[in-house]
Design a protein around this ligand. Structure first.
Ligand code: NDP
Length: 265
């Protein structure tokens, strides 16, 4: 019987996930089908999953914390970060994972000799990725527009700054735009003076926004820094989710081979 998978989010119509996963199902001859579901109330997630007999799901903005709450079992990393973007329904029990952060870690692995990382932004994506990076041996500093979002990072022992308190005393190897600045507008993630201080010294710059050249990436390119957007992060979180969906019967490279076609279609 065909297994049904979906992505829950709001909005969700722009999501590339159905195309990515369906290309891999088809390429690997797996009897699965992946749809999208606009969910307004995150608290309804668990019921919808069972009603529709969904075998596995991805969860995107703004329901990753509700997804965390909806699960019966959480893997160690999802437990640690408090956000779930992948759920497996195994015999009526929901298992939760976070594949965004390992996807990001893999996406930046092409940049070598990176130790000091500066995150511009401290929202939900920064939360899981800062922890995965720290666990992997990177040193993460966070810079955010508002002070209140930084509180939890401070408690977890991260070095944090607001635009006002930032001190240019360190060389950051990698600078990452973790904000949504540039997604639907033309704004930079922080005052240009801060970018002028950190970017020329950086070995590389990464944006988590994908599919467009943001003002941040334009600025980094102007300074001849190696750059990448969020496409690989999106691809790799999808490959890792697919591994869970299909119970690890295909290798990362096999899945990637088909899934990456979604980025040239
Ligand atoms: P959140 O809403 O949780 O956090 C948004 C962050 O951006 C906050 O730190 C906020 O600062 C900051 N911010 C927003 N607008 C501006 C601005 N104009 N100037 C400065 N700072 C700003 O968002 P998420 O963490 O969920 O998402 C962040 C980005 O990551 C989005 O662009 C999203 O598309 C992308 N993303 C990409 C993925 C991929 O696979 N490539 C996966 C997941 C997310 P403040 O606290 O001051 O409001």
């Amino acid at each position: 019987m065909k297994k049904l998978f979906t992505i829950f989010g709001n909005p969700v119509s722009h999501s590339k996930s159905p195309l990515m996963h369906n290309l891999s199902f088809k390429g690997l001859n797996y009897n699965g089908c992946y749809t999208r579901y606009r969910l307004e109330d995150g608290a309804e997630l668990r019921n919808r999953l069972f009603e529709l007999n969904i075998a596995g799901a991805n969860i995107t903005v703004p329901h990753k914390e509700e997804a965390f709450k909806a699960c019966d079992e959480l893997d160690e990393f999802a437990q640690k970060v408090g956000a779930v973007n992948t759920i497996i329904n195994k015999n009526g029990k929901l298992y939760g994972y976070n594949t965004d952060a390992p996807g990001f870690l893999k996406a930046i692995s092409e940049f070598k000799n990176i130790k000091e990382v500066l995150f511009l932004g401290a929202g939900g994506t920064a939360q899981s990725t800062s922890i995965v990076l720290r666990d992997a041996g990177y040193k993460v500093t966070l810079l955010n527009r508002s002070a209140n979002r930084l509180e939890r990072y401070k408690k977890e022992g991260f070095e944090t700054y607001t635009f006002e308190s930032f001190e240019d005393k360190k060389k950051f190897d990698l600078v990452v735009n973790m904000t949504s600045a540039g997604l639907e507008d033309d704004s930079l993630p922080c005052p240009i003076e801060i970018l002028e201080a950190v970017i020329p010294k950086a070995k590389a710059c990464v944006d988590v926004i994908y599919g467009k050249e943001t003002p941040f990436l334009k600025f980094a390119k102007k300074h001849n820094r190696p750059t990448k957007d969020g496409s690989d992060m999106l691809l790799y979180q999808g490959v890792i989710a697919f591994e869970y969906f299909t119970n690890h019967q295909f290798s990362f490279e096999e899945i990637k081979k088909y899934m990456q076609k979604a980025f040239i279609l």
